[in-house]
Design a protein. Sequence first.
Length: 362
Amino acid sequence: MFVYPTLANRNFLLAHTKQSVSPPPHTSSSVNDDGKFIFNEYKTHKDITTPIQHWQLRNLIRSPSPRTVIHPSDEAVHMFNTKTKEDTPILTDLPFTPTTIDSGYGYIAMAGQRGMAMIKDMNSDWSARFNAGPGMNNSISLAKTINNEIRVMVCNNDQTVCILSVPNMEKICTLKMPAAINHTSVSPNGRMMLMVGDNGIVYLYNITESSDYQQISSYKASEEPALSCAWNQSSEKFAVTSQDGNVSIWDITQQNNVEPICRIGSTETRKTRKAPRSIQFSKGPLDLLAYSEHVSTINIIDTRTFETRQVIRLAPNDMDYHITGLSFSPDNRSLFVGMEDSIIELSVDICSRRRFAAAGIV
């Protein structure tokens, strides 16, 4: 058994006991769309393509450093430098077109159809290919555990999640789930892992020091598939997107944490266009949550109150632009949004976010 952060110890008692799934709330939290967290002017880097391989799952760009964005380009992976405008191939002649991509801890990970996956060291020629299962890979994620061990998690459509250590590529375990899992996210403190699936259920697992994965809770996000998930920097809150157009946020430090603390709906009304597909928290102390809708629109939420949102449309009102993913830069100064034929670079107003209403700079 592990020990949670001191501040939250008294509130985590329920996290050690499996909880039954509860139905989702029927009402959405009210939110004011008058937030100003991102500057209105943004840069469009044209002809930086990102092909979509799955109509529901859109985690296809990552920012490993402040001015760079990694994105797939057919059977290759490129790194685009927003300052020099150079779009440099990192990996070419892949045996698959990536359906999902991630980066972190000096590595790039990508996965495709028919179980094929690959991981590469960004600072050397080392790379490894492996197969995660017979079906399409829905998601690939890199994370560090409490033992500082780097791991890669791959969600295969055969209802399994394959977990391997990096770089020795030894299989830690394969979790067999009751539904296809669409995305995983390990908490920044390395102690917990989220999984969200086609059944609309969120699974919360404890990662033990002996490398075991033990389910401790489950939550009902939606009657429709849950698509993506993310943790905040303190590992106390997590957010889940679902096909019904909602983003649900839970606070696991609350004693009764079965229900989300809020549920925020999409600005889109068309059923096939309203699903939020990519989601990410900023690093502290900016306290922002960004998520993209199926087309054209991104949303940025103030996670200090969950009462204020900024909505930014990246397409003309009479047109739809498909979004392929989003990613905060590591320094939080930029929010990158992938489109099928470009990358959008938005600037975060970090100065105002570092100021509280009645205080000085944090």
